[in-house]
Design a protein around this ligand. Structure first.
Ligand SMILES: O=C(O)CCC(=O)C(=O)O
Ligand SMILES: [Fe+2]
Length: 196
C-alpha cells in the first residue's frame, strides 16, 4: 500500500521535475533541455526519506533537525502538520515556512547551485518547534544520475562571477552524509571555493 502510493508519487513527480527543469533552463537564458542534459535527468537518481517528529510540548525553540542543505537538483516535501520548518534567508533571517494543505514544497538542491555557479541557491533549513501531535514529512531528493560530475558551467562563470565551487557527483553529495539523508549536513560548504 505504502510502496504503491510512493511509487505513484514518484511517477507523477517525474513530470513536475521535468517541467521545473525546463522552466528553470529558460529562466537561466538557456535552451529548454539545458538542465535535463546537464544532469542526465532521464537517468536521474531519486531518493525518498521520511522524517518522524514525536509530539513535544516542552521544547519551544528546540532544533529537531539540524541546519543543512540537501544534495541534488530539487527536493520535494509534503507534511501531515504545518509548522516547524524554517529556511535561512540570504539576509541571515530564519523564516517559518507555511505549506498550505495538499501543497508540495520544492527546494533547490546543492547540485543546481553548483551547476549555476550560485545563480540558484540551495537554502539552509532546519526543523524547530513544539507540536501537540506527531509530525511526519516525506522528502524526496531528485538528483542527477549518481555518477554525473556536476561543476559550474562556463555560461555562469565570468569576471564578475568567478568560479565559486568545485565539482561533485551526486553520489559524492549523498556520501558526504554517509548515504543517510536525514543527518545530511551542508555539502556545498565542503565544495565551495573560498574567494579572496
Ligand atoms: O521535516 C522537515 O520539515 C524537513 C526535512 C528535511 O529538511 C530533510 O529531510 O532534508
Ligand atoms: Fe532538508
Amino acid at each position: 500500500m505504502y510502496r504503491e502510493a510512493l511509487g505513484e508519487y514518484q511517477t507523477k513527480f517525474h513530470d513536475v521535475k521535468l517541467g521545473l527543469a525546463r522552466a528553470m533552463s529558460l529562466n537561466l537564458g538557456q535552451e529548454v533541455s539545458y538542465i535535463e542534459n546537464a544532469f542526465s535527468l532521464e537517468s536521474g537518481l531519486d531518493v525518498a526519506a521520511m522524517n518522524f517528529y514525536p509530539p513535544n510540548l516542552n521544547s519551544k525553540g528546540t532544533i529537531r533537525l539540524a541546519d543543512h542543505t540537501d544534495p541534488g537538483f530539487i527536493i520535494s516535501l509534503v507534511q501531515n502538520l504545518d509548522g516547524g520548518l524554517q529556511i535561512l534567508t540570504h539576509q541571515g533571517k530564519w523564516v517559518n515556512v507555511h505549506i498550505p494543505p495538499n501543497a508540495i514544497l520544492i527546494q533547490v538542491g546543492e547540485h543546481l547551485e553548483v551547476l549555476t555557479n550560485g545563480k540558484y541557491k540551495s537554502r539552509i533549513h532546519h526543523v524547530t518547534g513544539n507540536y501537540k501531535a506527531k509530525r511526519i514529512t516525506l522528502v524526496t531528493l531528485h538528483g542527477p544520475s549518481a555518477d554525473k560530475f556536476v561543476a559550474p558551467a562556463q555560461e555562469f562563470v565570468d569576471d564578475s562571477h568567478p568560479l565559486a565551487y568545485r565539482g561533485m557527483t551526486y553520489s559524492d553529495g549523498l556520501k558526504s552524509n554517509d548515504n543517510h539523508e536525514i543527518e545530511v549536513q551542508s555539502c556545498t560548504a565542503q565544495h565551495r571555493i573560498l574567494l579572496p
